[in-house]
Design a protein around this ligand. Structure first.
Ligand SMILES: C[S@@+](CC[C@H](N)C(=O)[O-])C[C@H]1O[C@@H](n2cnc3c(N)ncnc32)[C@H](O)[C@@H]1O
Length: 401
């Protein structure tokens, strides 16, 4: 079932299927690796939070996300759903080429989705903010989550989107709607030097699909950490932990910790509850604060909820081993098809990592604390993000003993 708005957003993303086919697809050879990395990111070094044979839902999956998830979690059953027929068709074509037998695609809107406590892991990024009532969709996601499940959610950060939402609204008022040609003409002819036109000029010649996704979207809501917290609370969910996305890691803007020169102030900030510290980071890092990308849990989840300090301590006390898993890789060709590369590639490319010494010292016996003491400030948080998450898949760390 789809609502009127969902049909409109589905038509938009069928005309502009964004993101386009990803350049590289990879199937992980170790089905336990990514479930362990996700568990670690929420502080579970017993790796029980997400079993390899879990059930995963990727609502609003677009062209790639459900397939990429199915390849990373090859022992899981992955359901991808979307209202864009064309995005689903492109996803299905790619899935067939790489033989992803654990992926099921459904053309279905989130608002009328029928799931009740069915999924261990739900990944919904860049989706609910394109709907007029994101809270109603979040309630559907909450209903579909098993009591101990994990929801990975990303919504737009208000401080990243001011120029974009202003332009979208002006387009609607002028009556240009989703007409790329008129939008580009308007964008190129505003005779004013301001923050909006500077950003527009920088993005004016982006490929049509990317330009449309940003500047022409028919509906966009944005959030602060505080606003997202309220939205979650109304849906019976709580923010559990920040998620380091590959996107944010590549740009270096993934940390919610506000760097300050004054040590006493730094100490005061570190003592704040996680949610308040993330809010302060959001407000004062402003446009350099991360995407609002978090792991959420149901409020009635019976498992203990760790805070950031406890996650740091659990990491320091865990025994890390290097990730040795390999993956099968396919590259996108100009024809639009995927071509397999010969042989297998390592999942972890240590040459490209931060903390190379720690990686070199890892011996499968000593804890992180044995290997590097207890680094101060926010260093442990950076280590976790860079080395022991799906975005930094270099270490699997287990509870000692
Ligand atoms: C910007 S794309 C993001 C795709 C994917 N989540 C990713 O991160 O690559 C947004 C997608 O969400 C889908 N979408 C938006 N609202 C939806 C809804 N209510 N139900 C199902 N899909 C929806 C759109 O059709 C589109 O494919």
């Amino acid at each position: 079932m789809t609502t009127h708005h969902e049909r409109m957003i589905g038509d938009f993303y069928s005309e502009f299927p964004y993101p386009w086919h990803v350049a590289r697809l990879a199937r992980c050879g170790d089905p336990a690796l990514y479930p362990a990395l996700v568990s670690q990111e929420v502080g579970d070094y017993g790796h029980r939070r997400l079993p390899p044979d879990c059930r995963i839902w990727v609502p609003g999956c677009g062209v790639n996300q459900a397939l990429m998830t199915a390849l990373r979690f090859p022992a899981a059953h992955v359901v991808g759903s979307d209202v864009s027929e064309e995005s689903l068709r492109m996803c299905a074509a790619a899935a067939e080429q790489v033989g992803a037998g654990n992926l099921e695609l459904r053309e279905e809107g989130i608002e009328g989705s029928p799931y009740r406590e069915e999924f261990d892991y739900i990944v919904c990024t860049g989706v609910i903010h394109h709907n007029p009532d994101p809270g109603a969709l979040l309630a559907r996601l909450a209903a579909a989550l098993r009591p101990e499940g994990l929801l990975e959610l990303m919504v737009y950060n208000t401080f990243h989107r001011r120029e974009i939402t202003a332009f979208q609204e002006a387009l609607r008022l002028i009556g240009h709607g989703q007409d790329v040609w008129s939008a580009r003409r308007l964008a190129g002819s505003i005779d004013s030097d301001n923050q909006l036109t500077a950003r527009l000029r920088a993005e004016l010649h982006e490929p049509e699909i990317a330009f449309a996704d940003t500047w022409l979207n028919p509906c966009e809501r944005t959030f602060t950490v505080g606003g997202l917290h309220d939205l979650c609370a109304a849906a019976g969910l709580v923010l559990e932990a920040p998620c380091v996305s590959e996107l944010a890691k590549a740009s270096g803007a993934y940390s919610w910790e506000l760097p300050v020169r004054d040590e006493r102030l730094g100490g005061r900030l570190r003592a704040l509850p996680d949610l308040v510290r993330w809010q302060v980071g959001n407000l004062l890092l402003f446009d350099r604060s991360p995407l609002l990308w978090f792991y959420l849990r149901r409020r009635d989840n019976p498992l203990p909820l760790a805070g950031e300090d406890e996650r740091d301590e659990a990491f320091l006390d865990a025994v890390p081993t290097r990730v040795r898993a390999t993956e099968r890789v396919w590259l996108l060709e100009e024809s639009g098809g995927y071509r397999p590369m010969d042989g297998e590639r390592p999942v972890s490319e240590p040459a490209a990592t931060a903390f190379p010494q720690l990686l070199a010292d890892v011996d499968g016996r000593r804890t992180v604390r044995d290997l590097c003491g207890a680094p101060g400030g926010t260093m442990v948080r950076r280590m976790r993000a860079e080395l022991a998450t799906p975005a930094g898949p270099h270490l699997v760390a287990r509870v000692a003993g």
